[in-house]
Design a protein around this ligand. Structure first.
Ligand code: 6PG
Length: 251
């Protein structure tokens, strides 16, 4: 297993500030190089402070937002304005000149309104991603940046330990509501292989509650099916971890 860059910072606020700065740099670099930036953002509590930091100077004004496309690594199968939606925090907090057409959420609202189901929403999202015409690596789309949080069970995206997603050729798929971890809500997620194809991955982990699982993720045993977060233990990934979460890290 190759190793990522690991940056330990004092507290969640420092992690948020550094992550926002690294995201801004990655987006600027992508637009400078390729004329656009494709960024898959995360759910959970991780991104809210990051969106807030990106929404004020200097980053609000130095990122070429009209050339940025935002995707979601995963979402919950709830309406966009539902408290558990992974889109709602971005809608409410990220105040930057991002064209609406550049937002590519899973079409959960449509799917619910038309009673189509999560599988349809995942397939539609995969088609939307395919139609973006991104370069591919081993058949997977190459995003410029993926922002990730890590669950207490070692999951990333909505890919839980032992997930069937590891055996799927689909770029996106539906995930039954997990019973072992909150929220117990059906999900839609990008395929975990997309983490390995991305040009850059930023993982943000804060709080002592994540210290035990981080020690396992960074332990000697390599088993992404057991610890999906190990897919982000790779060159090209930066793990931004606060001291509380890093407390049990080896070495
Ligand atoms: C989700 C996320 C999930 C999240 C982790 C960490 O939909 O819940 O995409 O992968 O990033 O569970 O969540 P916190 O940042 O809230 O700890």
């Amino acid at each position: 297993m190759s190793e990522p860059e690991v940056v330990v910072v004092a507290d969640p606020a420092a992690a948020t500030t550094l992550a926002a700065s690294d995201i801004a740099d990655a987006l600027r670099r992508a637009v400078d190089t390729r004329g656009r930036a494709d960024w898959a953002t995360t759910g959970g509590s991780t991104p809210v402070g990051i969106y807030r930091a990106l929404s004020v100077p200097p980053m609000r004004d130095t990122v070429p937002w009209p050339a940025v496309h935002v995707w979601w690594g995963d979402d919950r199968y709830v309406p966009r304005d539902h408290p558990l939606s992974n889109v709602k925090p971005l809608d409410e907090v990220l105040r930057v000149p991002l064209p609406t057409a550049n937002l590519h959420p899973f079409p959960v609202d449509w799917a619910i309104a038309q009673m189509r189901g999560a599988t349809w929403a995942a397939a539609w999202a995969a088609d939307d991603l395919r139609s973006a015409g991104l370069p591919t690596a081993e058949g997977w789309p190459v995003l410029d940046l993926i922002l990730l949080g890590i669950g207490g069970d070692g999951h990333l995206l909505s890919v839980f330990p032992g997930s069937a997603a590891f055996d799927s050729p689909d770029w996106a798929l539906a995930v039954p509501a997990p019973t072992h971890i909150e929220p117990h809500v059906e999900r839609v997620t990008l395929n975990p292989a997309i983490v390995g194809a991305a040009r850059q991955v930023i993982v943000v982990v804060s709080g002592g509650g994540k210290a035990p699982i981080l020690a396992e993720i960074f332990g000697a045993e390599c088993d992404p099916h057991r610890w999906p977060a190990q897919l982000a233990r790779r060159v090209g990934a930066t793990w931004i971890i606060d001291e509380a979460a890093a407390a049990n890290l080896p070495g």
